[in-house]
Design a binder for this molecule. Structure first.
Ligand code: SF4
Length: 377
């Protein structure tokens, strides 16, 4: 299939792996530990495991799984807010499917639905708008979740609702931003990263330049990449080449999709609707300044937080014995969590990283890393 097969070609993959094997010892140079390369995005984590890429890499490289899965970093307090909104009389609460299973302190949205709330899974914010048009007597709320990838679609949906004068549609805004989250990761004293693979879909919206601070201020090379196996191997080769040659640059492996300046129309819609939120709580990372957005006051009528007068929820923490925070920060691997594969599994997730297919715990579980856990026990 065009645009698929050429990015999964085994012969090209073999050549790239050979090149990476050649470059990695040079890139590692005098370091007394393997190179720590963070794939920020859960979509990349999924590709790494689905195609067995991690197992092809030399011992000089250790992949560190980042927090770039919006469902995984959703704190329990925000799930509680979702449930509070869904419980209001007359509300239809709409959301992407994976967010329905994320545990809150009281219950998940799926449990709220089982208890009688009208919670509906949709495939896009425009589906929620259609529900609002068909149910003028009901308040329809869409759970706006995700990094910059999904922000243009929610912003444009809000603007469409505004144009139509729909009074019964609002967004519960939980969008978060990639560069600020990366900055928080870079200041974590427990992490000693040597480079980043940056998410192609986010970069398609924001472009390449918002990552300049990673090379300028933190001296870590970064390669923007796509989600096919050859994209990831090519990006790792580019990263190893930078390190071996002593360079530190933002490079764009995914130039077939990512324009240097991003998506101008998408960025315009984002700027029109959203403004930076002073603090946003991330599961496992705590409050990160400037890492989230909120709806501008000009569109307050479409802001569910204001419409339903939500009070700022207290910070919430996962139970002590669950290691979601450490896994999210890349400090430990999923099999280091005592609940992994036992109490916590895809059928019965205790933490958000086991809910979304992009969560590293779900990826380890789905692609056989339970066995690896036994080997290393
Ligand atoms: S196994 Fe479950 S509880 Fe443990 S870190 Fe993963 S998601 Fe969290």
């Amino acid at each position: 299939m065009k645009y698929i097969d050429e990015f999964r070609d085994p012969a090209t993959a073999k050549k790239l792996v050979e090149e990476i094997n050649h470059l990695a010892p040079l890139a590692r140079a005098q370091r007394d530990m393997p190179l720590q390369v963070m794939e920020f995005c859960g979509g990349h984590t999924h590709t790494l495991f689905k195609y067995g890429i991690e197992g092809m890499l030399p011992a000089d490289i250790e992949m560190v799984h980042g927090p770039g899965c919006p469902v995984c970093v959703l704190p329990m307090s925000r799930v509680d807010d979702c449930v509070t909104i869904a419980e209001q009389p007359g509300v239809i609460f709409t959301t992407f499917g994976d967010a329905m299973r994320v545990p809150g302190t009281r219950k998940s949205l799926l449990q709220a639905k089982a208890d009688g709330c009208d919670v509906r899974m949709v495939y896009s914010p425009m589906d929620a708008l259609t529900i609002a048009r068909k149910n003028p007597e009901r308040d329809v709320v869409f759970f706006a979740l995700g990094f910059e990838t999904t922000m243009p679609s929610t912003a444009l949906t809000l603007l469409q609702a505004h144009r139509e004068g729909l009074q019964n549609f609002s967004l519960f805004c939980n969008h978060i931003t990639t560069p600020a989250t990366m900055r928080a990761i870079l200041t974590d004293p427990d992490l000693k990263l040597d480079g980043f693979l940056a998410p192609g879909h986010v970069s398609m919206v924001i472009g390449a330049h918002p990552y300049d601070f990673v090379t300028r201020d933190y001296h870590k090379p970064l390669v923007i990449t796509g989600f096919e196996p050859l994209d990831i191997l090519h990006a790792l080769w580019m990263l190893m080449k930078q390190l071996a040659e002593g360079r530190c640059e933002v490079e764009n492996q995914y130039a077939r999709i990512v324009p240097e300046a991003g998506n101008v129309a998408g960025l315009k819609a984002i700027a029109e609707v959203y403004e930076t939120r002073e603090h946003s709580e991330f599961r496992g990372l705590g409050n990160i300044g400037d890492a989230g957005v909120q709806i501008r006051s000009a569109y307050a009528a479409y802001d569910a937080e204001k419409k339903f007068n939500l009070q700022a929820a207290a910070s919430s923490h996962d139970p002590e014995h669950l290691k979601c925070a450490e896994v999210l920060r890349g400090v430990i691997k999923p099999w280091d969590c005592p609940a992994f594969g036992k109490d916590c599994n895809p059928q019965h997730p205790l933490g958000a990283l086991m809910v979304s297919p992009e969560g590293s715990c779900a990826a380890y579980y789905a692609y056989g890393k339970l066995a690896k856990r036994k080997e290393t026990a």
